[in-house]
Each structure stands twice: as structure tokens, then as C-alpha cells.
Write a protein that binds this ligand. Structure first.
Ligand SMILES: Nc1ncnc2c1ncn2[C@@H]1O[C@H](COP(=O)(O)OP(=O)(O)OP(=O)(O)O)[C@@H](O)[C@H]1O
Ligand SMILES: [Mg+2]
Ligand SMILES: [Zn+2]
Length: 271
């Protein structure tokens, strides 16, 4: 099978247009009704070379895109290299169970993200919730899925910064950014305790706004918290209507992680 050669200049072709592998002449001349036409063809080796070059170009484009996505993902320095492959397992059984489900979630990412499946991790300090969600985020980024990794404190700080007259972003455009991103990793939900003060009312509305927008558009959101869903209301004072939506967004995937703190293990092994 020979295909017409266009802009591709294969390195296996010599100056006379002969393939150095199979010897096929790539420059052909035909005469039709007295008109001579010269054209070029590709032998199988050249077609293979072209396919390989296209593939490696595609790979490079994906890598470049993933690097860009990572840069804008807001994943912290500590967690930016967290991967499933380099994670410790076999310490806390509940972590291992969650770990397997997260891996599966990422394997099936086209389906899980499209369906807006969320996950709610909760449990003690240091058991690996943020680490695990970062593994997911890094895995999805490598698959070129746009993600943001943040928490309510950082979101509110960013939104407040738009109140500054010199800010090039508007409050609404920033909220849309968190509301529309393909996958939002919401770390440490419930750390802030809400009171009835006006500042907290603003924060409650901001949280509701982002969650509600993601709920309405069925966007995948992955939460981590030290509190159960009930405690988000009872201990952190998050509005019931917000928690109700989070509950539906993560239904079937509320996972408690408990056991030994890996922070403690890490410290012990360093000193
Ligand atoms: N499976 C793991 N493999 C390797 N390192 C891990 C693993 N799990 C956690 N770590 C490391 O242990 C430390 C604590 O983990 P992490 O920050 O994820 O805990 P957390 O459950 O989010 O705690 P908190 O509730 O306080 O936010 C971090 O330094 C993290 O990188
Ligand atoms: Mg954490
Ligand atoms: Zn050839």
C-alpha cells in the first residue's frame, strides 16, 4: 500500500527519494494525455515512521498540557508528587480500602467524571486523606483532566482578593472557576467553624454558591474532612442545605479513614 507523500520528509529517504530500508522509489512520474506529473509516495516503512512521529507528537502535546494543568492545579508542594504507585499501603486497612476505590475511580475516569461522581473522605488527622486525594488529582492531571486542589480558606482568600480595585478578576469569574472546573478537590472541609457573624454568613453563602453550582451541573467533587457529614452541620456549623447537596454528590462514596497517623510514623523514621 502506497500513500501520497505530502509535507512529511522521512529521514529514511535518501536524496534520490529512495527508501534506505526497503529500496522503494518514492518519486514517481506518470504521463496522462501527454501531461507528465511527478508525485511522491510512501512505502510501508515511511508510513510507519510517520505514525510513530505523530504518536510521539501527541504524547509530547499531552505532556505539555498536563504540565500546564499541574501548574494551575494549586496542589501544594508536599503533595504534588503523590502517586498511587509511590504510596505506602498495609498500615491502615481503611486507607487501603479507600486507596483501591480511588484507583478504580481514576481508571474509570471517563465514566466517573462524566457522571459527576464525588467522594467524601473523613477521619482522623494524618491518616492520608489529603495524600490520597492528591494521588487522584495527579493521576487525573496526567490524563489531561483539569482539576483544582484547594480548600475553603484559600477559595475565600482568592475571592476576597478580587475586591481589590486593581484585581483583573471579578468575584463572579473566580467563583465560576471553582464552580466549573472538571474536578474540584475540596480539602479540609469543616475546619472553619461558622458562627452567625456577618463574615461567616458571607463565607456560608460562598460555600453554598460553589457547592450548589457544582451540584446543579453534576460536576465531580472530592472532599476531605476531619468531620462526618453530620458533624459538618453540628460541629462546623455548615448550613444543612449545603451538606445535603454534598451528601447527594458523594452518595455511595462516603469513606471513613482511621488508624495510625502517618505524620507520626514519618517523624519517628526521620529521627
Ligand atoms: N499512603 C501514604 N504513603 C506515603 N505517604 C503518606 C501516605 N499517606 C499519608 N502520607 C504522608 O503522611 C502525612 C500525613 O498525610 P495527610 O496530610 O494526607 O493526612 P490527612 O489525613 O490529610 O490529615 P489532616 O486531617 O490533618 O489533614 C503527609 O506528609 C503525607 O504526605
Ligand atoms: Mg489533610
Ligand atoms: Zn521503505
Amino acid at each position: 500500500m502506497e500513500a501520497t507523500l505530502k509535507s512529511f520528509a522521512p529521514s529514511i529517504q535518501n536524496n534520490e527519494g529512495v527508501c534506505s530500508v526497503c529500496g522503494v522509489k518514492t518519486i514517481r512520474t506518470v504521463e496522462f494525455m501527454g501531461i507528465k506529473r511527478t508525485f511522491r509516495v510512501m512505502c510501508k516503512c515511511m508510513q510507519k515512521q510517520l505514525e510513530q512521529e505523530k504518536l510521539s507528537q501527541l504524547k509530547q502535546d499531552r505532556m505539555r498540557k498536563a504540565q500546564k494543568l499541574k501548574k494551575f492545579s494549586l496542589i501544594g508542594e508536599r503533595y504534588k508528587n503523590a502517586t498511587f504507585e509511590s504510596s505506602k499501603t498495609g498500615i491502615n486497612p481503611s486507607f487501603d480500602r479507600a486507596f483501591k476505590r480511588c484507583r478504580k475511580y481514576c481508571e474509570l475516569y471517563e465514566k466517573t467524571i462524566k457522571n459527576g461522581y464525588g467522594i467524601y473522605f473523613f477521619g482522623d488527622k494524618g491518616v492520608g486523606k489529603t495524600h490520597l486525594t492528591a494521588c487522584m488529582a495527579n493521576n487525573l492531571i496526567a490524563k489531561c483532566v483539569p482539576v483544582l486542589f484547594t480548600n475553603l480558606f484559600e477559595i475565600s482568600k482568592a475571592v476576597k482578593s478580587t475586591f481589590n480595585r486593581e484585581s483583573s478578576l471579578t468575584e463572579q469569574s473566580l467563583i465560576e472557576k471553582f464552580a466549573n472546573i472538571e474536578v474540584l478537590f475540596f480539602d479540609d472541609l469543616g475546619t472553619e467553624v461558622f458562627t452567625k457573624s456577618s463574615g461567616d454568613t458571607w463565607l456560608q453563602s460562598l460555600l453554598f454558591d460553589i457547592i450548589n453550582k457544582r451540584y446543579n451541573s453534576k460536576k465531580a467533587t472530592i472532599f476531605s474532612s476531619n468531620h462526618s457529614l453530620n458533624e459538618l452541620i453540628n460541629k462546623s456549623g455548615i448550613a444543612g442545605k449545603t451538606v445535603d447537596r454534598i451528601s447527594e454528590m458523594t452518595s455511595g462514596a462516603v469513606m471513613k479513614i482511621e488508624g495510625i497517623s502517618l505524620r507520626k510514623i514519618k517523624k519517628d523514621s526521620i529521627f
